[in-house]
Design a protein around this ligand. Structure first.
Ligand code: HEC
Ligand code: HEC
Length: 345
């Protein structure tokens, strides 16, 4: 009799716990993730409400490589391939070159024309006009097909709960979008590339060849004058410039003007980092150059005059007048910025 009472009480207790669990799961505390700042890099920029956590990064990584977010079978990785430093050998559907993903946590604007300032907002924003991810918002708005895919999916519900303490299939669309974006941004911030041959040279771990060192000097002196815009350890000044690739501006060539509507911004673009440049062909916002030789030829020619050409493009009409050997040296230096580990790890 006494045993029976205990069994009944125990059963009630167990069931009531289970029931409670189903209603309010224990809040989960995600594990903070520490990302070391590479030598000579400033501190990374974070959004206050989206700190890095192991669970958030794992979720972002899974979403990045999964086609669950699109209606046409694409994933982020259908355009952003790791082996090309998360860029692509082809250009995007609206004629814009597909940008690489590395060191995004330090960028001040996103997109060639800098249409977005917050990494969390890029993938669902209007930066990538014409790519399927613009439709994440659209698709969610119409029939929220992502919701039904998450409902059927074996692991996403649990992954969102652990990353953000959210019941992803029982929140409104905006909350769902926000958590998808936050996870993707967390993953993208971990794509840090700072272990190129050049970094190893700076750390005294290896020597550069004579040609590479000559290229380094050309890059960092008035001779090539690359360092003013492609500056610091990030190889960008985070500013917008017209580097003289066009003399008139149609469509995407209008660049920063399309964002600000200010005629002084016509033809200006966010200075791209030159890290991993060996792998991110084609080059420039519209992918007009296939090879680094063509890029160097452009700068060597001095570029095309227009009213907004950058004052730092000092050799318009004259050209840099580099010898064949100096052009080769400059390329040899640019290739020391390749971080092969980043492409495979
Ligand atoms: C159809 C090809 C395509 C797909 C798929 C795609 N992107 Fe992009 N991405 C682009 C293009 C093109 C750009 C350059 C946009 C511009 O013109 O400014 C870009 C730029 C970006 C940038 C800005 C990078 C920088 O340095 O400023 C981020 C961040 C980004 N994409 C994230 C994503 C994420 C996250 C996904 C998946 C949800 C994704 N992309 C899917 C083509 C694509
Ligand atoms: C006035 C600033 C400025 C100077 C000086 C400058 N660049 Fe650039 N560079 C830019 C901008 C802005 C872009 C992107 C332009 C575009 O997309 O249309 C760019 C693009 C590039 C690209 C292509 C990057 C990519 O991801 O597609 C390479 C390579 C490059 N520059 C190398 C150099 C070299 C080498 C020098 C020196 C000979 C140099 N740059 C001098 C501003 C500059």
């Amino acid at each position: 009799m006494k045993n029976l009472v205990i069994i009944i009480l125990a059963t009630i207790f167990i069931f009531s716990c289970k029931y409670e669990d189903a209603l309010t799961p224990e809040p989960y505390t995600p594990t903070p993730y520490f990302l070391a700042t590479p030598q000579d890099f400033p501190d990374m920029k974070f959004e206050e409400d989206n700190p890095l956590t192991e669970e958030g990064i794992a979720l972002g990584e899974k979403l990045y490589f999964d086609n669950i977010l699109s209606t046409n079978g694409n994933s982020c990785s259908s355009c952003h391939y790791q082996e090309f430093a998360y860029s692509s050998p082809s250009i995007g559907p609206t004629g814009n070159n597909i940008m690489p993903h590395f060191n995004l946590g330090w960028k001040k604007h996103f997109g060639w024309a800098g249409g977005e300032k917050v990494l969390e907002l890029v993938d669902l924003g209007d930066l990538e006009d014409g790519n399927p991810f613009l439709n994440i918002a659209g698709v969610m708005g119409q029939n929220d097909s992502i919701l039904s895919r998450f409902k059927k999916h074996p692991v996403y519900k649990e992954m969102f709960r652990k990353a953000f303490n959210v019941d992803i299939v029982n929140v409104d669309i905006d909350t769902r979008k926000k958590h998808i974006s936050n996870a993707l941004a967390q993953f993208m911030r971990t794509l840090v590339s700072a272990n190129s041959k050049y970094d190893k040279y700076l750390r005294n771990e290896l020597q550069l060849t004579t040609s590479q060192l000559n290229g380094f000097v050309i890059f960092n002196t008035e001779k090539g004058d690359c360092f003013h815009c492609h500056s610091t350890a990030m190889f960008t000044d985070h500013l917008f410039h017209n580097n003289g690739i066009s003399s008139d501006f149609l469509g995407v060539d209008k660049g920063r003007y399309l964002v600000t509507n200010n005629t002084e911004d016509m033809g200006k673009f966010y200075t791209p980092s030159l890290r991993n440049i060996e792998f991110t062909s084609p080059y420039m916002h519209d992918g007009r150059f296939e090879t680094l030789e063509e890029v160097i030829e452009h700068y060597n020619s001095g570029g095309h005059y227009s009213t907004t050409i950058d004052p730092l493009m000092k050799k318009v009409g004259i050209g840099l007048q580099l010898t064949e050997q100096e052009k080769q040296d400059l390329i040899a230096f640019l290739i020391t910025l390749s971080d092969t580990e980043f492409l495979t790890n």
